[in-house]
Design a protein around this ligand. Structure first.
Ligand code: GSH
Length: 274
C-alpha cells in the first residue's frame, strides 16, 4: 500500500495516523501537490492528496473513502468509529466539522500565498467559519479523554490534524516562511516552483534563517533532510524554505508544549492554594 502526500496536509496526516494505529504497513511518498502535480495526475486527475495506491494497483481518492476502506480492512471490532446509533452520528458530525475546518484553513492558506492581494471577503468568511467551528467543537468536547468512549477514534484524529494544520500554517505565515507561488507550471508541464515569502515578521524569519544556516553546516539530521529535499528535485532555495518551515513547526510545537505545562502547573498551584 502506498500513501501519497506530505504529512503537513491535515488529510494525509489523518490517513497516516489511521494506518499506523491499525498497524497497516505502508510506503510513504511525500509528493507535493505542486511540484509533483504531473505524476500525481497520472494516479489522481484531481491532483490531490491523500491518494492511496493499494497492493493490486487500485487507487483510492478522498480521505473519507480511504478511511472507509481501512475501517473495512480491520473490521468493525477495531474500526475507530462507533458502529451505529447516536454515537456514530456524533462522531461523523465531529469529523465533518473538523475536515470542513481543515478545508477552510487550507483554502485560507492558498488564498494568502497564491494571490498578491487576497480577497478580504473570502479571508473573512474562512476565518469566521474556522472560528465558529472551533467554538462548536470546544462546546461539544468532554472535559478530558477521548471524544467518544474509551479509545482514540476518527473524531479525535480529525480534530487534532485540523487544529495542528491551522496553527502551524498560521505560524508559518507569521514567520514569513509559507511558500509563495513563483511559476505557473502545472499538470504535465514543468513543476511549479515556489519562492520565499517576503512578508511576515522579518526578525523571526531572520532567526529561523540563522538556525537554518547553522544546522545546514553542522547538524546531521538537518543535512540529511536538505539532501533528501534536493534528491526530490527541489532547488537549494526551495530546500531551504522547506527546512525553515520544518524549524518553525518544531518551535511552535515547543511553544504548545510549554503552554500546556504552564497550564498544568497553574492548575496545580491553584489546587494547592485552595
Ligand atoms: N476532501 C479532500 C481534501 C484533500 C485536500 O484538500 N488536499 C489538499 C492538500 S492539504 C490538496 O490536495 N490540495 C491540492 C488541490 O486541491 O488542488 C480529502 O478529504 O481528501
Amino acid at each position: 500500500m502506498i500513501l501519497i502526500g506530505q504529512y503537513d496536509s491535515p488529510f494525509v496526516r489523518r490517513v497516516a495516523l489511521a494506518l499506523t494505529l491499525y498497524d497497516i504497513v505502508y510506503e510513504h511518498r511525500p509528493w507535493s501537490v505542486w511540484a509533483d502535480a504531473g505524476r500525481l495526475a497520472e494516479l489522481n486527475p484531481l491532483r490531490r492528496v491523500p491518494t492511496l495506491v493499494l497492493a493490486d494497483g487500485e487507487v483510492l481518492l478522498e480521505s473519507a473513502a480511504i478511511l472507509d476502506h481501512l475501517d473495512e480492512c480491520v473490521g468493525p471490532g477495531r474500526a475507530m468509529l462507533p458502529r451505529a446509533g447516536s454515537d456514530r452520528r456524533r462522531a461523523l458530525r465531529v469529523c465533518a466539522l473538523a475536515t470542513g475546518l481543515a478545508d477552510k484553513a487550507v483554502s485560507l492558506f492558498y488564498e494568502g500565498i497564491l494571490h498578491e492581494a487576497p480577497s478580504p471577503d473570502w479571508v473573512e468568511r474562512c476565518r469566521a467559519q474556522i472560528s465558529d467551528v472551533l467554538t462548536v467543537l470546544e462546546l461539544d468536547r468532554g472535559p478530558r479523554g477521548w471524544w467518544l468512549g474509551e479509545a482514540i477514534g476518527h473524531a479525535d484524529i480529525a480534530v487534532a490534524c485540523a487544529i495542528r494544520f491551522t496553527s502551524e500554517a498560521q505560524f508559518a505565515r507569521w514567520c514569513g516562511i509559507a511558500p509563495v507561488a513563483a511559476s505557473s507550471g502545472e499538470g504535465h508541464g514543468p513543476a511549479r516552483r515556489h519562492r520565499l515569502d517576503l512578508g511576515g515578521n522579518r526578525a523571526v524569519n531572520s532567526i529561523l534563517h540563522i538556525i537554518h544556516v547553522t544546522q545546514a553546516r553542522c547538524h546531521p539530521p538537518a543535512k540529511k533532510y536538505l539532501a533528501r529535499k534536493i534528491s526530490e528535485n527541489k532547488s537549494k532555495r526551495e530546500a531551504r524554505r522547506c527546512h525553515k518551515r520544518q524549524l518553525a513547526n518544531v518551535i511552535i510545537r515547543h511553544m504548545w508544549h510549554d503552554a500546556e505545562r504552564h497550564a498544568q502547573t497553574t492548575t496545580i498551584d491553584h489546587m494547592a492554594a485552595a
